[in-house]
Design a protein around this ligand. Structure first.
Ligand SMILES: [Zn+2]
Length: 289
């Protein structure tokens, strides 16, 4: 009987707070959704970032309908989400209809996004503005930072320009507003770059020479490492991560990047990337400084 009581109590705690039963202190559990979309989980928090989208331009991983439905319905492991974050409004990061639906269904979940992203969603989904109570809008000036606290999660938004794509000397991404985020979940510091490249990252750094950045885990656009070891050394010097997660890898380049990663691991062993939706990694930051 006692044992049964214990089991019932345990199950009650689990159902009240599933995190409690899955993730230990100092752990970060990463669930890959697709492209730059992840569910991040620490002992008390879950954050979704760039998670709801349905377009991959034929080049990038896309969550299938079942996965999008699971997120929308907040089925485990997507239950008890504290925060939804969006780096920018390209369709391989953001589906206006799905995000609108998500905020409608989950009225206590705040959305952290820039004003251009909000305007884009509102333009594509009439009436989105009615959910503005849920918006936590962060639109720093180019190469500047804005900070807020959402509950007990400190969030910094860095306006690092979206990577460029030139055609006849015109940068086709000139107007795309990208935000990189640094946020802290139960003491674990996370950086998510969005779509940036080394030049835009360097511009940001040189405009912020008086500041330092120190994170535990950096989620980085895969092509930041275009030049290989030298790029990686710069990123490690600036962000000081214990782990790096590569993201936005084109499906066709998976094997090429896998080989490149093996070489980079000789300099920095803790690099990982994901190949399939719902793959997970549990990173323990215990005893690491
Ligand atoms: Zn993009």
């Amino acid at each position: 009987m006692r044992r049964l009581t214990f089991i019932i109590v345990y199950l009650t705690i689990c159902s009240l707070n599933t995190l409690f039963c899955q993730v230990k202190p100092n752990d970060l559990k990463i669930t890959y959704i697709a492209n730059e979309g992840f569910l991040l989980e620490t002992i008390n928090h879950k954050i979704l970032i760039d998670a709801l989208f349905s377009e991959g331009y034929g080049a990038f991983h896309v969550p299938d309908k079942d996965l999008n439905d699971k997120i929308l319905k907040a089925e485990s492991p997507f239950d008890n989400v504290s925060l939804y974050m969006l780096t920018h409004y390209h369709k391989d990061h953001c589906d206006p209809e799905l995000i609108n639906k998500y905020l409608s269904k989950h009225k206590t979940i705040p959305l952290v996004a820039s004003m251009p992203s909000i305007v884009y969603i509102d333009g594509n989904y009439f009436g989105f503005i009615a959910k503005k109570e849920q918006f936590r809008v962060l639109t720093p000036k180019p190469n500047k930072t804005l900070s807020i606290r959402v509950g007990d999660i400190p969030v910094k938004a860095y306006a690092i320009k979206h990577l460029s794509m030139y055609k006849n000397d015109v940068d086709l991404e000139e107007l795309m507003f990208n935000v990189a985020y640094q946020f802290e979940m139960d003491g674990i510091k996370i950086f998510h770059s969005g779509d940036i490249e080394m030049n835009t990252f360097k511009d940001f750094l040189s405009a912020n020479r008086d500041k330092t950045y120190k994170v535990d885990i950096a989620f980085l656009y895969y092509n930041l490492f275009k030049a290989g070891k030298s790029d990686m050394e710069l990123l490690i010097k600036e962000l000081q991560p214990k782990y790096i997660v590569l993201m936005h890898i084109p499906i066709k380049k998976m094997e090429e990047i896998a080989e490149k990663t093996e070489l980079l691991k000789k300099t920095f062993p803790n690099i990982l990337f994901f190949r399939n939706s719902m793959e997970t990694a549990n990173i323990n930051l215990y005893n690491q400084n």
